[in-house]
Design a protein around this ligand. Structure first.
Ligand SMILES: CC(C)(COP(=O)(O)OP(=O)(O)OC[C@H]1O[C@@H](n2cnc3c(N)ncnc32)[C@H](O)[C@@H]1OP(=O)(O)O)[C@@H](O)C(=O)NCCC(=O)NCCS
Length: 207
């Protein structure tokens, strides 16, 4: 029996890559970012539609979380990037949780409330999805959002994801059960969208 895992881990560079877009730099978080993460993720409206952010956000938790990220990268379990403007302002976080057995990844993100609705999440997520397909050769990238969080659904639609299902009362957040919408995109779909955008000379996918 061949117990060798697919070679996803070998596709990761020794140091986590920084991704650049027109307005953003996606970079590894460091301990100097902890106070900003604590302030932005500490807003109830940010925590409320995420799976794991607690509220109130405990002092010191951001530092512990950031300190754990490099080993998650080294073990090819998760790649987390801070989302920053090119001038350095940190405004959010985005991650791929890797599944080497199935060669797919789950994407998750949050953006600080003062920065919502500027297209930042879409721009960051587009770069992360491109990295997942073009550099890691993933077969599929998926994301879930609570049905009462249409902004996240809109981000995923702008990326070219499809709604694949609805998991009823699947999440319990702040003591309430929430319906969860499952979205995903396949590598073949991403490549087709890229080809179409190239032939039409448009930005891909639409923002
Ligand atoms: C979801 C989230 C990451 C989006 O970040 P963002 O940077 O504001 O996203 P973008 O600006 O790229 O796109 C947001 C889109 O949602 C739309 N939108 C915002 N509120 C909306 C609403 N109530 N109903 C429908 N669409 C909405 C915006 O108009 C925009 O679409 P458009 O470009 O077509 O106008 C941000 O709201 C957030 O961090 N929320 C809290 C944490 C969270 O929910 N994380 C995701 C867990 S799945």
């Amino acid at each position: 029996m061949n117990l060798e895992l697919p070679p996803l881990a070998r596709k990761l560079s020794p140091e986590q890559p920084t991704l650049k877009t027109g307005r953003l730099v996606l970079r590894p978080l460091g301990s100097a970012d902890a106070a900003t993460v604590e302030r932005l993720a500490g807003e109830k409206d940010v925590a409320s539609t995420t799976r794991l952010l607690p509220h109130p956000y405990p002092p010191g938790m951001a530092e512990q979380w950031i300190a754990a990220l490099p080993s998650l990268y080294q073990r090819a379990e998760m790649i987390n990037w801070g989302i920053a403007l090119v001038d350095g302002l940190l405004l959010g976080s985005i991650r791929l949780t890797l599944n080497p057995v199935d060669n797919h990844a789950e994407m998750g993100y949050w953006v600080g409330k003062p920065y919502w609705n500027n297209g930042y999440c879409t721009e960051a997520a587009r770069a992360v999805v491109a990295y997942g397909f073009d550099k890691l050769d993933l077969e599929r990238i998926y994301a879930n959002y609570m049905a009462r969080n249409p902004a996240s659904g809109r981000v995923l639609m702008k990326l070219g994801m499809q709604q694949e299902g609805l998991l009823r009362r699947h999440r319990r957040k702040f003591g309430r059960y929430e319906d969860l919408v499952v979205c995903g995109i396949l590598r073949s779909e991403w490549q087709r969208l890229k080809r179409e955008a190239r032939s039409e000379s448009t930005t891909f996918p639409q923002s």
